[in-house]
Design a protein around this ligand. Structure first.
Ligand code: DQA
Length: 145
């Protein structure tokens, strides 16, 4: 089983960026946690971070036929992008959407996610633990289907 973990814009600034919202741990720690969770559960994993919408679309398309499941935090593109959910639908790879913060408890504009309708599950407000939950959920989902 092979997963692709995608992080969108500004998540590479974790630890520096608004620590009161996103925490003090840095992006490297997040990636290490994802890689550890995958390896402990017999999952191969690739990680990808980009600040550019089109690059994220390209990476999703490149996953076609090669990746079994996607965990994505589209960051700000969650609320603006049609191209990212279109790409996820196009490749048909089961996807879990994750957000560190609770997007429903912040500004009004964060409540709308264009990605949620194409995701098998959305996890938000659980910080780094949300990624662990997303990986484990996706594994179980794929084993059942
Ligand atoms: C985020 C929430 C988004 O609204 C925001 O633009 C981000 C991060 C989160 O992980 O909580 O960049 O996706």
């Amino acid at each position: 089983m092979k997963f692709l973990i995608i992080n969108g814009p500004n998540l590479n600034f974790l630890g520096i960026r608004e620590p009161e919202i996103y925490g003090k741990r840095d992006f490297g720690a997040l990636i290490a946690l994802c890689e550890q969770t995958c390896s402990e559960n017999g999952i191969e994993c690739e990680t990808y971070q980009s600040n550019h919408e089109g690059d994220i679309v390209d990476r999703i398309q490149a996953a076609y036929g090669k990746i079994d499941g996607i965990v994505i935090n589209p960051a700000a593109y969650t609320h603006t992008s049609v191209a990212i959910p279109d790409a996820l639908k196009a490749v048909g790879i089961p996807t879990v959407e994750v957000h560190l913060s609770d997007i429903n408890a912040r500004e009004e504009f964060r409540r709308r996610s264009f990605v949620s309708p194409v995701a098998v599950k959305t996890i938000c407000g659980k910080g780094f633990d949300g990624y662990v939950e997303a990986i484990l959920y996706l594994k179980e989902y794929l084993e059942k289907s």
